[in-house]
Design a protein around this ligand. Structure first.
Ligand code: SF4
Length: 668
């Protein structure tokens, strides 16, 4: 018997930390998954979710062979077919759809189930471009934040997590590091030990009173008034850095005009927080150097989200908080690495219509001309994650819709497929991970053989491209060539990468003069002229305008944040099988609700029946249900997105999950 060996690789799941992993593999397969001690940010620990990845690898719902539907849509009745049969059927059906309805009647639907460069936006894009399929606007997350970050700063790399330990003031705004950015937490703790002031702006108390000095429990959708009130307070107190504004920014006037309309009293009333807390935050932030804002993705999930992100990101520019280690802001750091797929193939002519993924329900139910007749889902589980769940499920049930799902396990979306294709997990294939949190590029290599007949995403699209008769050389590359070619199209802070250590599952650090970048010292705005635009055109015709929030007759605001059990909907096959809604004690008492009761959470879009937890972790007037739970986790087979509207944010077209309002009633 051979001894277990430890293999290095990288976690590609939708999380900013992109951990370097050490996977212990023995005769029976994966025995342990740990964080690498070599990686300064991973520092030897990982989340409990990925520690259990072996459960997904070997789960009874793991897809091992291609399947063809034999029962009713959604009944989950399939028969095994060969890969050749599956590829032939997909090719035949897509060809017929193109001939009868046009190529745009085919829609690829994918998101962040796996964020590797080979698994997302590589041969898949080439295949759908050559088909002339509809394009997809990826808006379920990060569309407003990305749009704003590009418009204001050109996606300037942000403050590294390890540099938070230097900060004297840290504002964690719309983010929950203990759930979805756990490697920031040690640096928050270190900063606190060194005397930093830590504030959290979020409807949920994500950090305890011990961990944070101030919690502004804003009502969802009111981050913009609070940020503008902070700007007005700083302006009125003459605490803006006029020299920095003059030298490095443009369009300060429209921002200050918008801020002038939000005296602190008005903002406090709109956000449901105390005036003195907003004043305190303004005072501490102004007086602290370095000061950093960790801007998350929670504040973008509503109609006001894009404008709110812009006002928050304006704070360090207005106050000149850059130029010092630990000072500035962090949003996504993905812009520090560039992947230029045009070095590999040319898809610049792919100009078909674009469909917003947030509005999949409408798109599948008659909103498009030509209608969607072919749907190819991969790296995604829209039955759970797309808003207006009932409408999405109705669309997936359509008999005249040909649906292909490439997945690792039998998800709530896969049961609606006509053809199911088994996908490898990141422990079974090669890939490259550009982190959107830390400053390293991670190599992913297979640490175990693929289970069953599972194939990776580029292997599947290579077969499909070949079957369709597409002649691009990339469809014929073997796995090593693909990896080498993709690595060759990546630069880290404009420097080429060496693919060899990456192919062994190691990571490469970005090369800044020092290990991590300092904003306005070693990294600068990547706008065309290097100037920060405080009111970029991406904010639309009414920059910094606030939509009043209101419930259309429903009294409680409904949010669906990430949980510590799931990454989006990944791991729902074994985690979070008992869905709960969290209600504040005041709201629970007035409804005669106690922890453990079954409740009906409902609005005009739908209802979810589940158990309740009563807790003051959410603010009064807000109820919270974790996103990503699978349909079987609730009593009535619907989950959080059944209550979320499908309208989109005017900045970036982002999903507005937190614009949902509901009532909660005890059952029985
Ligand atoms: S999900 Fe995040 S914290 Fe967990 S292992 Fe992956 S990168 Fe690390």
């Amino acid at each position: 018997m051979t001894d277990p060996i430890v293999k290095t690789t990288t976690c590609p799941l939708d999380c900013p930390d992109s951990c370097a992993l050490e996977v212990t593999v023995g005769a029976a397969g994966v025995e342990r998954i740990d964080g690498s001690r070599d990686h300064p940010l991973t520092a030897g620990f990982i989340c409990g979710k990925v520690r259990q990845f072996g459960k997904r690898l070997n789960h009874r719902d793991r897809l091992l062979h291609p399947l063809r539907r034999v029962g009713e849509k959604g009944a989950g009745e399939f028969q095994r077919v060969t890969w050749d049969d599956a590829v032939e059927e997909i090719t035949d059906r897509f060809s017929k759809i193109r001939a009868e309805w046009g190529s745009e009647a085919i829609l690829p639907y994918n998101y962040g189930g796996s964020n590797g460069l080979l698994t997302d936006g590589f041969l898949d894009d080439l295949y759908f471009a050559r088909l002339g399929a509809s394009r997809l606007a990826k808006t379920l997350c990060a569309a407003p934040t990305t749009t704003v970050a590009v418009g204001m700063y050109g996606k300037m790399p942000g403050v590294a997590f390890e540099d938070y330990a230097h900060a004297k003031c840290i504002i964690v705004w719309g983010a929950n590091p203990k759930t979805s950015n756990i490697h920031l937490v040690p640096f928050l703790k270190r900063a606190k030990e060194l005397g930093a002031f830590i504030a959290v702006v979020d409807p949920v108390r994500n950090l305890s009173a011990k961990e944070a000095d101030l919690h502004l429990a804003v009502r969802p959708g009111t981050d913009l008034p609070v940020a503008l009130a902070l700007i007005k307070l700083l302006h009125d107190a003459d605490k803006l850095d006029q020299a920095f504004i003059d030298q490095h920014t443009r369009n300060v006037d429209p921002l200050l005009r918008a801020a002038s309309e939000w005296p602190v009293l008005r903002a406090a009333a709109e956000a449901g927080v105390s005036e003195s807390d907003i004043r305190k935050l303004a005072d501490v932030y102004a007086a602290s150097t370095p000061a950093v804002v960790r801007c998350g993705w929670g504040l973008e999930r509503n109609r006001n989200g894009g404008q709110a992100v812009a006002a928050v990101l304006a704070l360090p520019a207005l106050t000149g908080k850059f130029g010092v280690r630990g000072g500035g802001y962090t949003l996504s750091n993905s812009g520090a690495a560039q992947f230029d797929s045009s070095k590999l193939f040319d898809i610049s002519g792919w100009n078909s219509r674009t469909i917003n993924m947030t509005q999949l329900g409408a798109a599948l139910n008659g909103a498009c001309d030509p209608p969607i007749k072919g749907l190819f889902v991969y790296n995604c589980n829209p039955a759970i994650t797309a808003p207006d769940q009932a409408t999405v499920l109705r669309g997936l049930r359509r008999d005249d819709l040909f649906t292909v799902v490439h997945e690792q396990v039998m998800t709530d979306t896969a049961v609606y497929a006509d053809i199911v294709l088994p996908a490898t997990t990141f422990l079974e294939h090669s890939d490259l991970r550009v982190s959107y949190g830390n400053y390293s590029l991670g190599g992913i290599r297979p640490v175990v053989d693929p289970r069953g007949e599972a194939l990776s995403n580029p292997e599947v699209f290579a077969r499909l491209g070949d079957a369709m008769g597409f002649t691009d050389a990339a469809f014929g590359w073997d796995a090593d060539t693909m990896f080498r070619e993709v690595a060759g199209a990546v630069t880290l802070n404009s420097v080429a990468v060496d693919h060899r250590p990456l192919a062994e599952g190691r990571f490469e650090y970005y090369r800044y003069p020092e290990k991590t970048p300092v904003q306005f010292e070693s990294v600068f705005p990547r706008t065309p002229d290097g100037i920060v635009d405080l009111c970029p055109p991406q904010l639309g015709e009414r920059p910094y305008a606030h939509h009043q929030i209101g419930g259309n007759g429903y009294p409680l605001q409904f949010i669906s944040p990430a949980s510590s059990k799931l990454i989006s909907s990944t791991f729902g096959e074994f985690n979070l099988d008992d869905l709960r809604v969290t209600v504040h004690p005041v709201d629970a008492e007035s409804r005669n609700i106690a922890t453990g009761d079954d409740v009906r959470v409902h609005n005009d879009l739908g209802e979810v029946v589940c158990a309740v937890s009563v807790s003051d972790s959410v603010r009064v007037g807000v109820v919270s249900m974790p996103k990503g739970a699978w349909l079987r986790s609730s009593r009535n087979g619907l989950t959080a997105s059944a209550l979320c509207p499908a309208h989109v944010n005017e900045v970036g077209g982002g999903a507005c999950y937190n614009d949902a309002w509901v009532e909660v009633e005890r059952i029985g």
